[in-house]
Design a protein around this ligand. Structure first.
Ligand SMILES: [Zn+2]
Ligand SMILES: [Zn+2]
Length: 496
């Protein structure tokens, strides 16, 4: 459908802008479009050199680029003859910039479309609740593709009850049998876990000490190959200690599973089959990602282990079995968006499988096999699941029915951050239907050496929220401080 719309745009002599969520998807998208369209195509993303980027930017500006493919910030690319904007995988949270200038590229695309008077297409197999809500309000028009693009059957989802399993890992007998069978039939298996590194924590068996980050309220992750502990929030790194920092005993063990540890277990269990790990550690170098995907696309039996990087738009024609791990932390999370994200992740991961003639099967180990929404998702479909979540959001007064804004303050001193927000709140009159909640400390109080506190602003309407935020900006300008940094975030993705 995208291709037909782009064709029409090009026939009218106009430019098409296509946003993709992930930089690793740009070569793939570029290749697909180059094969189809004989027009100048440019890409815009952070992986380009300064020179490439400015050349491509000029090509957008002077109209010589007919198709522009880019990540988040390319929504601002100047176009001489704009004709169409496509936001692919519109549900993806990487469209939201969460620091510095905070914006949602998807929402800006919609506004830009209105200003330029051109069509905007938000594409996804798992649309965000915001977009589905906008369809119901009549702001967006829904076009459904009845079948998967390749005509393959919908994959099957199976919840695996982990409550009575004796095995300490997900690799119990039924699971290893299923993986072995898939490999022997010449197929590939995809195992997804949203945690890179070897193990999430280093734990002392004697005194229960867990290696912490010195700069954040976070635990360090074990990276076995490099023999280091690393903080995934601030990048702090230290050598893997031999003894416990608290009781000085030789009693440290890595606990839990990350991509590296799963890779190791699978290598031991399935000798003779390659285990390919795809996460931000294994794909750091420029061509690593491409090399991995080339190897996967050869189609030889193999096990793919990775983070949700693997679920983003890549096509794996030879994968017939998918396992999604660590669902339960998402099912039980205090973040109200987490269930939506888990649902999207499951369907996106499942969608990687069974392309072409091979039907896929998705295994979901969980200690909550009766979970109502999870069953809706796996037995019915994503839309039923999403509609149920929308009803809940409305009942609890959450977005997209209500509007959120966050004022964050960061300081070396916890009290200064809290006091600053307190004075902001007191000086800002509670306006009618808008509520200001806080200040509170998020679950992770300290990050990269700074304490973080926040105010949550809840409004019944967009205009009311903007009014309250403007009032806060005015107040913040008056209250001078050199020890507190503050920032605003409208429609925040992360409340914690
Ligand atoms: Zn840290
Ligand atoms: Zn100890």
């Amino acid at each position: 459908m995208y291709l037909q719309l782009i064709e029409k745009t090009l026939r009218n002599g106009l430019q098409a802008l296509i946003l993709v969520p992930e930089i690793s998807l740009t070569p793939q998208t570029l290749g697909r479009f180059e094969r189809r369209f004989a027009v100048p195509i440019v890409t815009l993303h952070s992986g380009l050199t300064e020179h490439q980027r400015s050349t491509n930017w000029v090509a957008c500006y002077n109209g010589s680029a007919a198709i522009i493919i880019g990540t988040r910030s390319s929504v601002f690319a100047p176009m001489l003859r704009p004709g169409l904007i496509i936001v692919d995988e519109e549900h993806d949270i990487s469209y939201k910039q969460q620091d510095g200038f905070r914006y949602s590229a998807r929402d800006i695309a919609v506004i830009r479309g209105r200003w330029e008077n051109i069509p905007v297409v938000l594409g996804s197999a798992t649309p965000s609740l915001e977009s589905l809500h906008n369809v119901r309000l009549g702001k967006y028009q829904l076009s459904s593709l009845p079948e998967r693009a390749t005509g393959a059957e919908r994959e099957q989802y199976q919840l695996i009850d982990t409550r009575y399993s004796n095995s300490r890992t997900f690799l119990d007998k039924p699971m290893t049998d299923a993986i072995g069978k898939a490999l022997q039939s010449g197929n590939q298996v995809l195992i997804m876990i949203n945690r890179r590194g070897y193990a999430p924590v280093l734990y002392c068996n004697e005194c229960q000490w867990i290696a912490p980050c010195e700069h954040c309220d976070a635990r360090l992750t074990v990276h076995q190959k490099q023999a280091v502990l690393r903080c995934h929030h601030c990048g702090f790194q230290t050598d893997l200690p031999k003894t416990c920092a608290n009781c000085r005993q030789h009693s440290l063990t890595p606990v839990g599973e990350g991509t590296q540890r799963i890779e190791e277990s699978l290598n031991n269990l399935f000798t003779g089959y390659p285990v390919l790990r795809v996460d931000s550690d294994s794909t750091k170098s420029k061509h690593a990602m491409q090399n991995l995907f080339e190897q996967i696309n050869l189609g030889k039996p193999a096990i793919l282990v990775g983070t949700q990087l693997l679920a983003k738009g890549h096509h794996f024609a030879h994968v017939t079995m998918v396992v999604v791990l660590e669902l339960d932390s998402g099912l039980m999370s205090s973040d109200y968006r987490s269930l939506e994200k888990i649902g999207q992740l499951i369907i996106q991961a499942g969608g990687r499988s069974g392309r072409e003639s091979k039907k896929g099967k998705v295994f979901l180990p969980t200690a909550f096999p009766e979970h109502r929404e999870l069953n809706l998702l796996t037995q019915k479909d994503y839309l039923e699941f999403a509609n149920t979540l929308l009803i809940q959001r409305q009942q609890y007064g959450l977005p997209p029915f209500y509007f959120h804004g966050i004022v964050r303050a960061e300081s070396r001193s916890k009290n200064k951050a809290l006091q600053y927000l307190d004075s902001l709140r007191k000086a800002t009159a509670n306006a009618g239907s808008t509520e200001i909640l806080g200040p509170v400390l998020p679950a992770m109080e300290k990050r990269v050496g700074y304490y973080r506190a926040q105010l949550l602003i809840v409004s019944i309407g967009r205009a009311e929220l903007h009014r309250a935020m403007l009032q806060i900006i005015e107040t913040a300008k008056r209250i001078k401080t050199s020890t507190v940094r503050w920032s605003l975030d409208v429609d925040p993705y992360d409340l914690y």
